[in-house]
Design a binder for this molecule. Sequence first.
Ligand code: UT7
Length: 325
Amino acid sequence: MPAYICGVGLHAPANIANHDLEARVETSDEWIVTRTGIRQRHIAQGEVTSDLGTQAARAALADAGLDAADVTHVICATCTPDSYCPNTATQIARKLDLAAPMALDLNAACSGFLYALQMARALTTLEPGATVLVVAAEVLSSRVNWTDRTTCVLFGDGAGAAVVRAQPAARAIEIVDAMLESDGSHGGLLTILGGGSARPYAPGEPVGDDFFVQMNGREVFKVAVRSMTDVCRRMLERHAMTVDDLDMFVAHQANLRIIEAVGKKLDLPAHKVFANVQRYGNTSAASVGIALAEGCADGTFAPGGRVLLTTFGAGFTWGAVLLQF
Ligand code: UT7
């Protein structure tokens, strides 16, 4: 059964530049740009994850030419939910005034958008009349340690959304294939531990550093490049394709050096390698969703083109999705 992305949308709150971070931690615009390519990121001011997700969802529904009443399922990919309970998907559904959809959160960290697309594809196979709202939304700023320069300069807030159906609509991007993988043995290299059952807090106990993102950046960098390159190679092989058959390549937007390294290893010409990490920083699950919506809006992804998406995140989780525009 084919499945189609019928609409895409994004939302990002106000942005802050690298220079604004120089007052918070010992860092510089020069270091951040040289090591990561990031020039600014967006930071929520009083908005929660479901607020960002709801805005992106509205944009995606408008893009699809559909009403909120058409939605049957909401999947929210996030590792920074509004709360443990209730889940963020139910709050997005409430804010959109949806009529009792199935609503669940999914945590695959930075791979969340691709994992959610595959779940949506499965749901449209089981229920061919389904209209699945995929929302990848993060308020990473709520789980970033603003005294830790090795992480706080990297992340940003934002949301990307897609409407997935078994039938094409005005916008009809076919989800041709998905390969999604994980390896929990590297789990300790990128974590948000505090508050989980393995690291509970007693009432009144102050949160520690483990409440926030902690990352061994150098190790994550190496595995990220290796994993995304490998899964993309296998995806191309599975479809008897070469990079010449791709029109654009979109990797998880964590670091321009990682994006360029994967592009080089795959022998992709630079003009086929998408990058907007300069303007958003690392928005985790939302990253590729935002890229997809932005690229559709500005014509980067043209009708008839083939686009390969790939992600890598905590867990580790990674994967690739092949799209036919
Ligand atoms: O989203 C999930 C996937 N996440 C990723 O893919 C992130 C992967 N990792 C990375 O992107 C990079 O490893 C980082 C951007 C996190 C770090 O870049 P790096 O080139 O690997 O730098 P480094 O960690 O080796 O640090 C180099 C130096 C260190 O100083 P010393 O020990 O050499 O004296 C750091 O203390 O840079 C220092 N440093 C900073 N200096 C100024 C670290 N953060 C900063 C900072 N400003 N913000």
